[in-house]
Write a protein that binds this ligand. Structure first.
Ligand SMILES: Nc1nc2c(ncn2[C@@H]2O[C@H](COP(=O)(O)OP(=O)(O)OP(=O)(O)O)[C@@H](O)[C@H]2O)c(=O)[nH]1
Ligand SMILES: [Mg+2]
Length: 142
């Protein structure tokens, strides 16, 4: 965090030296809007059958049977077997990654991190079975 602030401080100083207070304000305004150009790839993690694929379908406004529209497959037993990316229909900068369930014989908890490392995620959401109150969100440090 401190390195980001120092870098921003230097850029503000540069903008100020080049164009005075107006230059500095222009720089701050463009920095505040810069998040709109960011790409976000969110991995949806959780136990098998907790509803990860259903959540992604709901966010993309799709039912599980709308396969022709690209709905993620939903099922009762270890349905998702490899990481699959689903871009948001209205915002292509947002990509949701459907992941296999954690802690199955094929994807044991202690080696799951290797699967996560193979995906270029900016953040993750840990989905808990039918528990809309408890969602864990995190992000990967660059
Ligand atoms: N009652 C109820 N059932 C749900 C909900 N979300 C998902 N399900 C059902 O739970 C089952 C598993 O859903 P999935 O979305 O395939 O779960 P998943 O976490 O992707 O499962 P894996 O891919 O096997 O890890 C399906 O039968 C869904 O219909 C929910 O909010 N409420
Ligand atoms: Mg699934």
């Amino acid at each position: 965090m401190s390195s980001i602030s120092a870098a921003l401080g230097k850029q503000m100083e540069k903008a100020f030296k080049a164009n005075g207070m107006d230059g500095c304000l222009d720089f701050i305004r463009s920095s505040l809007d810069s998040w709109q150009d960011m790409n976000m790839t969110i991995g949806v993690i959780g136990g098998s059958g907790c509803g990860k694929s259903s959540l992604i379908n709901a966010i993309r406004d799709l039912n599980a049977d709308e396969k022709e529209k690209g709905a993620a497959e939903v099922g009762s037993n270890e349905t998702t077997t490899h990481p699959t990316e689903y871009p948001h229909p209205q915002n292509k900068q947002l990509v949701l990654v459907d992941l296999p369930g954690v802690g199955t014989p094929k994807f044991p908890q202690n080696s799951y991190w290797m699967l996560l490392k193979s995906i270029n995620m900016t953040s993750f959401c840990w989905w808990h079975k039918r528990d809309f109150i408890r969602v864990t969100v995190g992000w990967q440090k660059n």
